[in-house]
Design a protein around this ligand. Sequence first.
Ligand code: SAM
Length: 705
Amino acid sequence: MSGTDKALYALVNQVLETLAGLGIVYLATRKFMPLSPDLLRYDFREPFAKPRGWLAWGLLGVLLSPLVVGAAAFAFSLFGFDEVNGKGTVDGVAQILSLDFPSFASLFGVTAVLAPILEETVFRGFLLTSLTKFMPTWAAVIASSVAFGLAHLSTRDLPQLVVLGTLLGFIYVRSRNLLSPMLIHGVWNGTVLTILFLLVQSGVDLKELFSAGCGTSTRSAADLFPVVTPTDRLCNMRSRRPKPISDRQSGQAKRRRSDDAEARPTKRQKKPRPALRGVKGKPLWACSSVVDRQAAFALEKILEAHRTKRRGVSLKSLTLGSNIEAKKATFAVTTESIKYLQIIDAILDRSQILKECSQLARPSAVILVYELLFGEGVRAQGPAERHVLSCKDSLEAALSKELEAHGAEDVSELLPATEESRPRSVRVNTIKVTKEAAISRLQADFGSLEPDGLLDDVLILPSSCALHDHPWVKNGSLILQSKASCMPAQALSPEPGWTVLDCCAAPGNKTTHLAARLGNIGKVIAVDRDPVRFKRLKDNAKLAGATCIQCIQDDFLKLPLDTAQFSSVDAVLLDPSCSGSGTAHNQVDRLLSPTDEVDCGRLESLAAFQEKALRHAFKLPKLKRLVYSTCSSHSIEGEEVIEKVMPLANQLGFHLEGPFPSWHRRGHKQFPDGKLMVRADAKLDRTDGFFLALFSKTDLENGIG
Ligand SMILES: C[S@@+](CC[C@H](N)C(=O)[O-])C[C@H]1O[C@@H](n2cnc3c(N)ncnc32)[C@H](O)[C@@H]1O
C-alpha cells in the first residue's frame, strides 16, 4: 500500500471502529434508558455556564494538558522510565506523516476527531461513570485512566497516557459533558499531528529528531501523543529524506538511501529485532537496518535458489517487490554484496567471526561485513551490528591477508568483471501522456534525458535516476521497460483498428505497448496461463488505461486459433517463456557462478515449447504480421527456432522482414537469415540481451492454406 492508501485505510478503519464502539456502548446502556441527563452527555449548549460550561472546562484542560503530561514525562524520566523500549503510540502516524496533504487530512480525521469521540465515550462516558458505582469518583477516574493507558498497548507511553487520562477524567467529572474531554483530546492529538506534519514537510526526519532529543525529555514529542489508531499497526513506512552518497573506499557501492530511515540509529532501536528462527535453541540476530535486513533475506533466498537450482527466484522480485521498503537501496546492497560475495566469504572464513557466534547467520554477516568494509558503514544498533563491529580489526586483517594472497593492491582487482550500470530507459505510455509532456516532466525532475534514437516512445535517463516511486510511473503514464523489450511492439507496428494477439502476455509490458501503438483503437487479445502473472497483466492493463486489451487466462497452445473466434486476428506478438539469459536476474546468477554453466536440458525444452508456440500461431487464418521475441542470448531460443519454422512460414506465404535496418546488431552470422533478425547484447548495447524476428505475409491475396 502507498502511504496515502495507508492513511485512507486508517481513516476507514477508524470510522468502523468508532461506529462499532459507539454501537457497543449504546447496546450496553440501552436497558438503562432513558439515562440521567448527566450521563453520556454531548451537549453544545451553555459553553461557559457556571459551574459546568463544557467549553470553559475544555479550554482549561487544553492549557493544562501539556504542563501536566510534560511534567509527568519529566518526572518519569528521572526514574529511568525513558529507557523503556517498545513501540510508541505515535510511531505508526510518524511513518505515514512523511507524505502528502490527503494523508495528513485522513490522519487528522482519525486522530483529532474520531479517536477522541470513541475513546472519551468509552473511557470517560461509559467506564468512568460505571466504575463510580463501585468506588469513589477519584478512584474511578484513576482506574479508567489506567484502562485508557493499557488500551494503547504501549509500555513505553503508559505513564503519560495514564496521566493524560486522569486529567481528562477530572475535567469530565467537573463538566459532566463529554465535549470537554473530547475537545482536549482532539486539540492535543491535532496539535501534535500538525507539528509533526510541518516538521516532516520542512525536511526534518522525525526519528532522528526524537533520538536527538526535543524539549524536556528526549521522548517528549513522540511519547506525549496518546492516540489509539490503526496506523500504529502500519508502522512500516520509512521517511524519505535523501541521504548524501559517501565515497569512503575505492570499492564502495554507491547507493542512495533515500528512504532508509532505519539505517540511522535511534533510541527506539536499542532492542534487537525479533528473532527469525532458532539455531541450537538460540534466537538468530537480524540486522537492525531495514535495508540490511531485507538484503540479508534476499541474499539467503538467492543463494538457496542458486544452490538448489530452483527457478523463479529473482533478485528484482526479492528487492523491488511491493512489500519491500527502500527498494533502490535494498537492491543496491544486495547486488553489491553478491558482487563482493567471494571476497567476503574468504574474509569470514579467515576471521572466524561466525564460529565465535552461532546467532549471526551467514547472510546477515555477509551484508554487515559488506557494509562495514565496502559500504556505508555499520552502526551499533543491535547485537548483530555490535558483534561485527567488535570484530572490525580481525575483519580488516583478513581483508589485508586476502589481498596479499592474491597479490592485489585494491579490492576492486578481486571483484568479478561486471558491466557498468546501465542508463535507465522508460517508455512513455502515449495512451495517457504525450512524449513532449513526459520529456518536460522528466527534465524538470531529473535534469538530463534524451529520446532514444531508435524507438519512438522510449526515453533514456542516467542510471542514477530513481524512477520506481515516480508519480508518473505509479499512475501508469510512464512504464519502466528496457529498451530491448520495447522493440517488439514497434517492429510489429500494428495498424490502427487491427486485432493483435499477444500469446504469452503477462505481466503485460509489450501488451500495453501494443495498445498504445494502436492508439487504444482496435483490440489486443492478451493470453497468459499463469494465474499470478495474469492478475498482474490485468492490473497493468488497467493502470495503463489500455481499454482495448481483452485478457484471457488460458494455455495459448490450447486456443483454437483456426476457428472463427480468432479469424479477426491480424498480427501476433509471441514472447514466450525463455531462459532469460539476457536479463539482469541472470547477470546476478553469473556473479554467483562465474563459470557460465548452461543447463542444456532446460534450454532444449524451452526451445521445443517456443517452436511449438510459433507453429501454433501460424494457424491463424488472417495473420499478416508476426513478431517472435525472447530475452535470451542463446541462439537455440532465437535463430534456431526461426530456422526450424521457416519452411512452414514460407509455405504459408510469410517471409522474414528485417526490422530496424539502422540497428547494428543482427542475428548470429552462422545463420543464413541472421541479418534479417535483430539482437541486443546486454553488455555491449547496455540493455537486456534480446532476440527478435518479424514475419510478414508475402502475398496477402493468397491467404493461408
Ligand atoms: C517472457 S514472459 C512474457 C513477458 C511479456 N510479453 C511482457 O512483455 O510483459 C512469458 C509468459 O508466457 C507465459 N506462458 C508460458 N507458457 C504459456 C502458455 N502455454 N500459454 C500461455 N502463456 C504461457 C508465462 O506465464 C509468462 O508470463
